[in-house]
Design a protein around this ligand. Structure first.
Ligand SMILES: [Zn+2]
Length: 876
């Protein structure tokens, strides 16, 4: 739309500004009621009547539908020359299908009158209608081009800039299916056109008349002459898209001029324009405000609740809420759409919610999607047109085509559930279960109101564990991906592959906290949800033995010097993660030392190999040294360690490690283990805990950072997470539709095998709704913690095409969608903040942040905060 305005702006020739206001296309009676009451003049001002009829080349509705993709729609507006038939009695010939063209000023007056009279009968409240605010109102806009052939106006509706849905609206507006439609021009615009055209009759000009259309969609449904209904449908359509009607006859556009100046000028709109009303935060109610703003900007729902929806309220539905939720929502929606409204405090709605859904009460933060689900369901039941639900038995679909079965399911569903929510938001999916034993296939076609899509990371989880070898190689962190709902054995399997575990090896995984092992993870059936992202896990790579061999667990301790009040003292301080090895059947203190030094070998500072004493028998070190020597061609370049000469010289005893027996916590210091002390079978327990005290000299010889740095299972930082966790919406959808086995707690009763089995389940989209709500499952709940995924989901804004994902191919319905609202969640779960982005009018997005409503750039709407997406179908 903006593009169109720009294109034409250069050729725009504004008429004199005094009476070229915006023109409003309104129900005639709506205007007349207000006008008569305000002026006491039953005749009103004389309008110029026109009769609308389908253009000659478009004979009837079928023709129009056929032509939707090929050409423009043409209507003829024929000026009724004999207007005297109406002048005697203002009511003559005025039906519910009559419309009026009024100026902006007339429209504002009539709107004020209707709102005042309505609010005085409803709740006594009144709206302050500020004309400044209304100036930006843009419900539905029509551009009419007027073809000058005497009194005949050819009105052409171009499909080009047009959501096709509005085509149908246009057809309805011009009522081409039935009798002639009469349109009265009270604005004087067409009159001024005729007078203008008289002056410039020679030139082949056309006029683009831009209209604000108000209160039509529901009006159409009204029976003729029902005054109350007409008055009730004053507040019109929300759909900010435009119907552009191009010039007639294909003549040059050089001479075209506009009656109206551009409405979508791109100028900043003040908050307070229709529908751009904030909701006050009543204490952690942003989750509610976010969902509400998305719903109250859902095109069909706006029409519906601005209309006389109350006649559809089902007060007797035991599943409903006596209509109270529907009424509270409807009232709120009307307040938000009232012209000039200031931010609304949704207190009534909140109290109704607290009554019917206590889970949302209080002042805690809740989930906007849970509220949405509750609300859609509640509105549906409150507005269910089915007063008495028939009992419907699900029939087996054996042998019949899917189409028939699906339709039968749908009809059965509609027989029990029929409401605006079903009309607009409900689709149908196909669910196929296959028995793993007898291969029995069961197909059902269930309705849905929204799709809950898993984010890929909600099904899989990346975990980092540090594999520590006992063969002298450096500890290495490995990152693996495992099913989030997986078991311990899944992790071991993935890790074994990743670290190339040999047949004769096994992994013992332990959680390390505070320099000690706080638990061993040994139970294969344990759930992986027991592991938190912040845990630090070490996988010890051990030789596989048939029998249970006792283990030795080394914990490390260094002496730190302290000066307190000038007094020198030393305190032991634990450091590093424990090292672990298998024990031989018989061993003494010397063996313990050897084992420990071998385990430490990877941490040696490389230039000090030679400092190692002979009896450490560090094969690895010797090999490394040999490699260095062999790899050097020039003897002069040999690395000659001057300390090598100290080989064989025993270190002073105070410079060597000291070993003490201890408990599993490493807190007590038992007796020192002597070199020749025999420890054979001294302990019955599976594990021998040894505390190693490091002298300062040893600390210099080892790179203790390697021993100290242990990565977390999953580090959620901005840098590590964002790039890898970007995923397209289609991928999420594929994850949702992917065939997968049911969980063990979700078994299926196979009618053939007559027992429960873990069937595989496959979902397919079958029938798509007009409004498609997509919930991204960012929050995961487990027994121990709640987690939020910050995954950036790349979702289409203008063209979500689901044709690939719909099992039932039907040429009649379009599978393309455009985004019109987003519920966002920022921050962590339980806390955080919700907002809504809403596409409103023309091509502008707005940020609804509680009471604040601000325009937002298109480039800003896609973020990792997007939580619930609202799409509407492009109607073919
Ligand atoms: Zn079976």
């Amino acid at each position: 739309m903006g593009g169109l305005s720009e294109d034409l702006s250069s050729t725009t020739l504004h008429l004199d500004s005094d009476n070229n206001q915006r023109v409003y296309f309104v129900p005639y009676r709506w205007w007349k009621d207000a006008h008569d009451s305000l002026t006491g003049d039953a005749d009103g001002e004389r309008g110029l009547p026109f009769l609308a009829s389908p253009g000659s080349s478009y004979a009837g509705p079928m023709k129009i539908i056929n032509n939707i993709f090929n050409s423009d729609l043409v209507f003829n507006l024929k000026r009724e020359e004999d207007s005297s038939q109406n002048s005697e009695n203002g009511e003559v010939g005025i039906s519910g299908r009559d419309y009026a063209l009024v100026s902006g000023e007339m429209w504002v007056q009539a709107l004020k009158w209707h709102i005042d009279s309505k609010s005085s009968t409803r709740n006594g409240g009144s709206f302050s209608v500020a004309e400044d605010n209304i100036a930006d109102v843009y419900p539905l806009q029509l551009r009419l081009s007027i073809q000058r052939e005497a009194n005949l106006l050819g009105v052409r509706i171009s499909k080009k800039d047009n959501v096709v849905e509005l085509f149908r609206r246009a057809c309805k507006i011009f009522n081409i299916e039935s009798e002639l439609l009469r349109i009265w021009d009270f604005s004087g615009q067409t009159i001024s056109f005729f007078s203008n055209s008289n002056m410039q009759r020679q030139s082949d000009q056309e006029v683009l008349l831009e209209l604000q259309v108000y209160g039509l969609s529901d009006f159409i449904k009204c029976k003729e002459g029902k005054k109350d209904e007409l008055a009730n449908s004053i507040l019109g359509n929300s759909c900010g898209t435009s119907l552009a009607m191009n010039g007639a006859s294909g003549t040059g556009s050089s001479g075209c001029f506009f009656v109206n100046s551009s409405v979508f000028s791109g100028s900043s709109r003040e908050a307070g324009s229709l529908g751009l009303t904030g909701l006050q935060n009543l204490g952690n109610t942003c989750f509610m405000n976010s969902s509400l703003q998305c719903l109250v900007h859902t095109p069909k729902l706006v029409d519906y609740f601005l209309g006389d929806y109350d006649k559809e309220i089902n007060y007797d539905n035991p599943l409903g809420m006596n209509g109270e939720i529907a009424l509270a929502f409807g009232d709120l929606l009307r307040k938000l759409w009232a012209p000039g409204a200031s931010p609304v405090a949704p207190r009534t709605f909140k109290s109704k919610l607290a009554r019917f859904a206590p889970q949302f009460s209080g002042f805690n933060q809740h989930d906007s999607q849970e509220l949405l689900a509750f609300l859609l369901d509640g509105l549906h039941e409150d507005l269910n047109r089915v007063k008495k639900k028939p009992y419907v038995e699900a029939k087996d679909g054996d042998g019949r085509p899917d189409n028939d079965i699906a339709d039968e399911y749908w009809q059965n569903h509609l027989a029990r559930s029929d409401s605006i929510i079903v009309d607009v938001c409900q689709g149908q999916y196909k669910s196929t279960l296959v028995c793993p034993v007898c291969k029995k296939v069961s197909t059902t076609f269930d309705p849905f109101m929204y799709l809950s899509l898993p984010l890929p990371s909600t099904t899989m989880r990346t975990m980092t564990l540090t594999v520590v070898n006992t063969d002298g190689s450096t500890p290495t962190p490995y990152t693996i991906t495992v099913p989030k709902s997986g078991k311990w054995e899944d992790l071991i399997k993935a890790l074994s592959i990743k670290c190339s575990l040999r047949e004769d090896e096994t992994l013992l995984v332990a959680e390390v906290y505070n320099y000690r092992i706080i638990r061993y993870l040994e139970e294969p059936a344990d759930s992986l949800s027991l592991i938190r992202d912040g845990d630090r896990l070490v996988a010890y790579r051990l030789a596989k033995d048939d029998e249970q061999v006792p283990l030795v667990v080394f914990m490390h301790q260094r002496i730190e010097e302290q000066y307190i009040n000038g007094k020198h003292s030393t305190i032991p301080k634990a450091f590093g993660f424990p090292l672990l090895a298998k024990l031989p059947s018989a061993f003494n203190g010397s063996d313990i030392q050897d084992i420990y030094k071998k385990l430490l070998s990877p941490f040696q500072v490389s230039t000090q190999h030679a400092l190692e004493e002979n009896h450490t028998s560090d094969i690895d070190t010797i090999e490394k040294t040999r490699e260095e020597e062999n790899g050097t061609n020039s003897p002069s370049a040999c690395v000659i360690d001057p300390l090598r000469s100290e080989d064989g010289v025993s270190s002073p005893s105070d410079a060597d490690f000291q070993f003490y027996t201890t408990d599993e916590k490493g807190t007590i210091k038992g007796s020192e283990i002597q070199v020749d002390e025999s420890l054979v079978g001294s302990e019955k327990s599976k594990r021998l805990y040894v505390l190693v005290s490091w002298p300062e000299k040893q600390i210099e010889r080892y790179d203790t950072r390697l021993l100290t740095s242990l990565p977390e299972v999953f580090k959620s930082s901005f840098f590590t997470k964002r790039p890898q966790e970007s995923v397209s919406l289609y991928k999420c959808l594929e994850g949702f539709l992917q065939e997968e086995p049911l969980g063990p707690e979700d078994m299926w009763f196979c009618p053939s095998c007559k027992k429960h089995c873990q069937a595989s389940k496959k979902l397919d989209l079958w029938r798509l709704p007009e409004i498609l709500v997509i919930h991204l499952k960012r929050f995961s709940y487990s027994r121990f913690l709640k987690n939020k995924l910050e995954t950036y989901v790349d979702f289409p804004v203008d063209d979500l095409d689901l044709s690939m994902y719909v099992a039932y191919k039907n040429d009649q319905t379009c599978t393309r969608y455009v985004l019109y609202a987003i519920s966002n969640h920022y921050g962590s779960m339980g806390g955080g903040h919700y907002t809504a982005f809403v596409h409103q009018g023309g091509d502008q997005w707005y940020d609804f942040d509680d009471s604040h409503v601000n325009p937002i750039g298109l480039d800003k709407i896609k973020s990792s905060a997007a939580y619930v997406l609202f799409y509407r179908r492009v109607v073919a």
